[in-house]
Design a protein around this ligand. Structure first.
Ligand code: HEC
Length: 155
């Protein structure tokens, strides 16, 4: 009889040991996943396909500064730094003009809108704008000239 109890006790202890072991493994597993969540994602590739966030505003695609839409040519960083603080860059990209136009606009913003003295950067900005945001080609077809009219002769 005593031996019988001893036997079942032994069995119970064995069972408990196995259970504790399993629970420990589960806890360790959960901790590992908690601290390395990527272990759960199924493949290396899947992780790579997530596009990286725009880390900085400097990205340029197809020659255009993505964040502002400005042509990414010489001097555009100066324009981004000085001309996109108060209004969106599309105010600039929608505008067209020669050097005088842009100079006058900058003067106007300085006199009435609180635009700061641009110092040496003004020349860089104006050159950039006059080149890349120059007046549009004439929209209307120019009048025909130098036409040799066909002379209509009566037979
Ligand atoms: C201190 C603020 C400020 C800065 C910096 C600034 N602007 Fe402006 N700008 C304004 C304001 C205000 C307006 C008027 C906005 C409106 O009409 O809604 C304006 C309007 C404009 C317009 C539209 C003008 C029109 O006829 O509608 C253009 C183009 C422009 N800015 C270009 C520039 C350029 C180029 C620079 C960099 C040299 C610049 N801005 C920097 C304040 C600023």
């Amino acid at each position: 009889m005593d031996q019988e109890i001893f036997k079942s006790l032994k069995g119970l202890i064995g069972l408990m040991t196995v259970l504790v072991g399993l629970v420990s493994i589960l806890i360790v597993g959960l901790l590992v996943v908690q601290y390395n969540p990527h272990l759960l994602s199924s493949s290396e590739k899947e992780r790579e396909e997530i596009p990286p966030p725009l880390e900085n505003g400097d990205a340029v695609k197809d020659g255009v500064h993505v964040a502002t839409g400005l042509v990414a040519a010489e001097g555009y960083e100066v324009v981004v730094a000085n001309c996109t603080n108060c209004h969106a860059a599309n105010l600039i990209t929608q505008n067209r003009g020669d050097k005088e136009h842009w100079e006058a606009l900058i003067d106007w913003m300085q006199e009435t809108q609180g635009l700061w003295d641009l110092g040496q950067n003004e020349a860089i900005i104006v050159a950039y704008l006059a080149e890349h945001y120059a007046p549009m080609q004439q929209g209307r077809r120019a009048n025909l000239s130098d036409i040799e009219w066909y002379e209509f002769k009566k037979e």
